[in-house]
Design a protein around this ligand. Structure first.
Ligand code: ARG
Length: 564
């Protein structure tokens, strides 16, 4: 499809003298009017003429140059209609030719995108809250991979901070009441909850926690550090199981603790920039200039220990040094908006010129029917349990609809996990989402399973076709199918927009409308058993649609089953 856009764009440039990049072709409001539209307002303004008249004149000029593209003036718009057989041949040819690399480009060549994703606090169960960061972040990374960027996905594990002092104190006191080794996460949760229940009335416990964190930060390699190390290792093992189910891998797992040796130099650097001040014994960067209500960024507490923000400052400098990033994205929930504003404000006050390349990719909350979560009270919904239940429900539906399905367990896993992931990416990320079990798994609604089912349906048609049946296609039979063709041809542009806006929902929404369009197309166009040329052309359409859905699902991290 790009070749038509390029040809039309070049011809407009040549005849009007408009500069490259100064205009963009649009989609006509009504598909019957054409495939691409050029609004003539800009030109009318330049030439102080009437846009409709200009459209008319331009149409006659272009029609003399074009072969296979018709220019039609419609009011102030100039519409273009590509010869139907050329359109089909070009779009299907591209998709079938490119296969899994359909939509790839080199727009990101030479540029690095750093993506901070998932980043759960360890020694706590990974909750559904971390699911969003993981799947949104991974989708954003895959999108950029396709566009030729070098991407670095970093899991900035929360493995440092005063809560570890609390955990160590709790392990010391009640460690023998739980079975950490064989049941690590629930055990840690129990200790964590117990600590918070008892700390208020137990100053000794509080002091033990503070002392433990001080010892941890002092670098001493003794008992405290050994307990901490054990806790992090046990937790990571648990998390890795979930990551494997979600098909997510990281280029770097670099927790907060990684920056231990960077903290002094980081603080020195900020002090040297002349933006810090002492406040009641603590070291802060005042951010008043950004608004009365912007609290200062706290870099070092009175007792000398550092904070979440200090470690994020260290991390952002480290990332910039290592990768000289084009963009550094933090895929973190909206509740940390202030934290990332502060991070950027400190960079701004330091006159760091790459401050605007640091972006908080925020997202809304995921609300489960089970209610609001609170780790402190032990009210958490375990992500693994959600995935297990989704897979179980998917299995029930499959057993009911398709009892003889081979590899049912494998496909149920793909559909169940896929449903949860798709649901998470379905709406604009900034919106809160309500998790409704029956909706997430429905095979008919706007769901992952619906798109997967469409894929399986296309695959099944292809399985039934005879070998070589796709050859010698007669594209004339696709005369009425240009809307679907254009949708398929639009996929690369969708990926581009999704990456630019860091918005995976552009892809999920595209997949949903493509699926609806394909399903009604199949209902209206018999594929198998037609004359050879027709069957061949329609099979190519089926394969191109299957391929596009497959690639699209891959980008968002959802499996594409061939049957279900
Ligand atoms: N561990 C944090 C949390 O769960 C999220 C970390 C996000 N990344 C960052 N660089 N601050 O709340």
């Amino acid at each position: 499809m790009q070749q038509f856009i390029d040809a039309i764009t070049a011809a407009i440039q040549e005849t009007t003298g408009l500069e490259a990049g100064s205009f963009k072709l649009e989609k006509p409001r009504n598909a019957a009017m054409g495939d691409f539209a050029f609004p003539c307002f800009l030109l009318a303004k330049r030439d102080k003429g009437n846009p409709a008249k200009i459209a008319g004149e331009l149409a006659s000029k272009l029609n003399e140059i074009f072969d296979g593209i018709e220019a039609i003036a419609t009011g102030p718009y100039l519409n273009f209609k590509v010869r139907r057989t050329d359109l089909a041949k070009a779009i299907l040819g591209t998709i079938l030719g490119q296969g899994a690399s359909y939509g790839n480009s080199d727009e990101g060549k030479g540029k690095t995108i750093v993506i901070d994703l998932s980043s759960p606090n360890i020694a706590k169960p990974m909750s559904v809250g971390h699911l969003r960061s993981t799947v949104i972040g991974a989708a954003i990374q895959r999108l950029h991979d396709k566009l030729g960027y070098k991407t670095v996905g970093i899991n900035h594990i929360g493995d440092w901070g005063s809560q570890f002092g609390k955990l160590v104190a709790a392990v010391n006191r009640w460690g023998d009441t739980v079975d950490l080794e064989s049941d690590p996460i629930p055990s840690l949760l129990k200790l964590y909850v117990r600590y918070h229940k008892e700390e208020d009335d137990d100053p000794e416990l509080q002091e033990a926690a503070r002392a433990a964190f001080r010892e941890l930060e002092s670098g001493e390699d003794g008992h405290v550090r050994a307990v901490w190390r054990n806790l992090t290792e046990l937790s990571m093992k648990e998390f890795d199981r979930t990551y494997a189910r979600l098909n997510v891998t990281f280029d770097e797992v670099r927790g907060e603790s990684y920056y231990e040796d960077h903290l002094d130099t980081t603080v020195d650097r900020i002090v040297a920039a002349g933006v810090t001040e002492e406040s009641q014994g603590a070291l802060i960067v005042s951010l008043e200039q950004f608004g009365e209500h912007v609290p200062p960024c706290l870099l070092r507490k009175t007792d000398g220990t550092t904070l979440y923000a200090t470690r994020d400052m260290a991390a952002v400098f480290h990332r910039h040094e290592l990768y000289n990033f084009h963009r550094c994205l933090y895929v973190v929930g909206g509740d940390q908006r202030l934290h990332f504003q502060q991070l950027k404000h400190v960079l701004d006050r330091m006159d760091i010129d790459w401050e605007d390349r640091v972006e908080h990719v925020s997202f809304g909350m995921l609300r489960l029917p089970e209610g609001k979560m609170s780790t402190r009270q032990g009210k958490v919904v375990f992500l693994e349990d959600v995935l297990d239940r989704a897979v179980e429900e998917a299995r029930k539906i499959i057993d009911e609809k398709n009892p003889d399905l081979a590899k049912a367990a494998e496909i149920a896993e793909m559909v169940g996990v896929g449903a949860v992931v798709f649901n998470d990416l379905k709406r604009e990320r900034i919106k809160d989402i309500e998790f409704v079990w029956s909706e997430v798994l429905s095979f008919e609604g706007d769901t992952g399973p619906y798109v997967q089912y469409t894929h399986a349906r296309l695959a099944s048609i292809l399985r039934k076709a005879e070998a070589g049946a796709m050859e010698n296609a007669d594209y004339a039979c696709l005369e009425e199918s240009s809307s679907l063709l254009l949708t398929l041809g639009n996929f690369p542009a969708v990926l581009q927009r999704a990456a630019e806006k860091t918005e995976p929902s552009e892809v999920t929404q595209y997949l949903l409308s493509l699926s609806r369009e394909v399903n009604s197309w199949i209902a209206a166009n018999r594929v198998l058993g037609q004359d050879a040329g027709t069957t061949a052309a329609r099979l190519q359409m089926v394969e191109a649609a299957r391929q596009t859905i497959n690639v699209g699902l891959g980008v968002i991290g959802v499996g594409a089953p061939d049957s279900m």
